[in-house]
Design a protein around this ligand. Structure first.
Ligand SMILES: [Zn+2]
Length: 435
């Protein structure tokens, strides 16, 4: 079995003690981390990778996204969520999101994600089996779920068909080493009580993660209060949808009682700061959520509302916004922000024993980050450099499940030129079609 020793590195394992090991090393055997050491390790027969000037850290976990929406990056900007979705995104998806086009867009999204250090992502969309196949081929870990919703979509006509598609994906990908199938209900404002309950039942049957957009805008809260007399998290709680396998994307407008309910049930929040800013949805008070014991992860949302899939940017926005939200510069420090972008994401997705930190027994999902660079030096504290100074171009190499998918900025599992040419062909069709 192939063995690798990465040495001469500043190792940031994102473990319980938030250690930093200058001059440390990581020993990998097959797809698994054997040892993380503060000193140089010698292992006979191993490939040695000199990481002088680099940080070795866990890859980013993007806890909420929609890969194929890269096709619609910049398609409709500067609009409210409702207008953006109903007048632009939903019609464009109905027209353009065929299985073939979902494959093209997803492949291109994976280029951006690998280059910006994402080693695991959580996707909710249509034709998720296509996205799963593209991720598997690119060697990227993921959690995938068909976005069940109460109106016709590119991949199904009714919510029941959406549930059936979800179940077939759950069966097809069960036990895969990289792809974890899940259940997704789009939101409380697009799914009836009946649909939400069916989604929950399916998640229970397959012991799968249940993902849902929750409390993204004030309008969503007001509508649900008028319709059901409950706020979004209260509504899910009353239906039995909240438990430790539930991931609530956004959670911008949770009140104190809702935060209490989510904490009580052990559910996670996937904070998406840039998307919330761009759609003017609001700024989630994640420092308070964390203070009350919630597991808060980080997601980019889709590239049509971000407009990037770059977790480095997302992490920095999260840290900075928490400070201005609370008028407290100590809110969400660099260590907490990095933890949200890695380990908290893994826990949210039910993969806390698999990825999100560099610890023996976990899969080798890691980044080599060049901090000996003009935009990061001097480095007094590597956490500070990673959260407040680095950008995705500092990420030189990416390993997922023990396999290099990028080395020295060269992608090894995706033909970037082909992926780009296909995306450009498709986007020129979108551009020239009447809206
Ligand atoms: Zn979303």
């Amino acid at each position: 079995m192939k063995e690798t020793v990465i040495y001469n590195a500043t190792v940031i394992p994102v473990n319980g003690d938030m250690d930093v090991f200058p001059g440390g090393s990581v020993h990998i055997k097959g797809n698994t981390i054997q040892e993380v050491s503060p000193v140089r390790l010698e292992r006979e027969g191993a490939e040695y990778v000199d990481a002088q000037g680099m940080v070795v850290m866990p890859g980013f976990v993007n806890a909420h996204t929609h890969l194929p929406m890269v096709l619609l990056r910049g398609y409709a900007d500067d609009l409210s969520l409702r207008e953006w979705l109903n007048d632009h995104i939903f019609p464009a998806e109905a027209r353009w999101m065929t299985p073939e086009n979902v494959a093209v867009a997803s492949r291109f999204a994976l280029v951006e994600m690998i280059k910006s250090g994402t080693t695991c992502f959580n996707d909710m969309y249509f034709f998720e089996e296509v996205i799963a196949r593209e991720a598997k081929r690119a060697g990227v870990r993921c959690v995938v779920g068909e976005s069940v919703i109460d109106f016709p979509t590119p991949s199904f006509r009714t919510a029941d068909e959406g549930i059936a598609r979800t179940e077939s994906i759950l069966r097809e990908w069960k036990g895969d080493s990289l792809v974890t199938p899940s259940v997704c209900a789009h939101s409380p404002y697009t799914c009836s009580r009946d649909t939400l309950l069916k989604a929950k039942q399916l998640a229970e049957t397959y012991a799968a993660t249940l993902q849902i957009h929750l409390s993204e805008t004030v309008a969503e809260v007001d509508d649900l209060l008028a319709r059901a007399g409950k706020r979004p998290a209260e509504w899910l709680y009353s239906l039995g949808l909240l438990d430790s396998r539930t991931v609530c994307a956004h959670g911008v407008w949770l009140d104190a009682k809702e935060v209490g309910l989510i904490g009580l049930c052990g559910s996670s929040v996937a904070h998406c700061p840039k998307s919330n800013l761009k759609l003017a949805s609001g700024v989630a008070d994640v420092a308070t959520y964390l203070g009350r014991g919630l597991n808060v992860a980080l997601g980019t949302d889709g590239a049509a509302s971000n407009n990037a899939l770059d977790m480095v940017e997302e992490m920095r926005f999260a840290a900075l916004l928490a400070k201005v939200r609370t008028h407290d510069p100590a809110a969400l420090n660099a260590r907490q922000a990095l933890r949200m972008a890695t380990l908290n994401g893994a826990w949210a997705l039910g993969l806390g024993d698999v990825t999100g930190s560099l610890e023996p027994g976990k899969r080798a999902d890691l980044l080599l980050v060049h901090l000996d660079a003009s935009n990061t030096l001097p480095v007094y504290d590597p956490y500070s450099a990673i959260v407040y100074a680095m950008n995705s171009k500092n990420i030189r190499s990416v390993m997922i499940d023990g396999r290099w998918v990028m080395r020295d900025r060269q992608l090894l599992t995706i033909d970037k030129d082909e992926a780009t040419a296909s995306l450009l062909r498709l986007s020129s069709q979108v551009r020239s079609a009447p809206r």
